[in-house]
Design a protein around this ligand. Structure first.
Ligand code: S3P
Length: 168
């Protein structure tokens, strides 16, 4: 089984993905780290040097590579499902799980973690919820194509495993 975790930055995809991978004894791959290793640049450096369009092309290429894996939990970057045919690719090759979270939850988690995220690194804390709300409105149509939707605030690896059994 190949599982893709999707959802906004700050929804906890990587933390939950690691736990889930441990629980299932699967490999865990964070797409941003995969890109950083491949390009030998941080995500912030990639955005700065090449721009977002080039980053999205690299991200798409990496998803094509990762779509061939099995027994793996793939944590995608927040924007990944929303570019090219990535959501189609994700759904054709694995089980997509959307970690749904509201803007207040995301903003409170992201306040101290803006530095490494180029899309929000220059947004002040007051504007952050409004900015995230705008992004989320645009992205929801992609995220909602996920096979499974879970509440990011209250997820447990065990619960998702139960859900995945039901989905078989
Ligand atoms: C992005 C989210 C980031 C990273 C990049 C762009 C986005 O990943 O891919 O900064 O467009 O939402 P996380 O969701 O892991 O923070």
């Amino acid at each position: 089984m190949l599982i893709f975790l999707i959802g906004m930055m700050g929804s906890g995809k990587s933390t939950f993905g690691r736990k889930l991978a441990k629980f299932l004894q699967y490999d865990f791959i964070d797409v941003d780290s995969y890109i950083e290793n491949k390009e030998q640049l941080s995500i912030a450096e990639l955005f700065e040097k090449m721009g977002e369009d080039a980053f999205r092309k690299i991200e798409h290429q990496c998803l094509i590579e990762l779509a061939k894996r099995t027994k793996t939990i793939v944590s995608t970057g927040g924007g990944a499902p929303c570019f090219f045919n990535n959501m189609q690719l994700i759904n054709a090759s694995g089980i997509s799980v959307y970690l749904k979270a509201d803007v207040a939850f995301l903003a409170s988690r992201l306040k101290s973690k803006k530095k490494d995220r180029p899309l929000i690194s220059n947004i002040n804390d007051v504007d952050l919820p409004y900015f995230l709300d705008e992004i989320l409105i645009n992205r929801e149509k992609f995220y909602s194509q996920a096979k499974i939707c879970i509440d990011a605030k209250d997820i447990k690896a065990k619960d998702l495993v139960e859900l995945l059994k039901l989905e078989d």
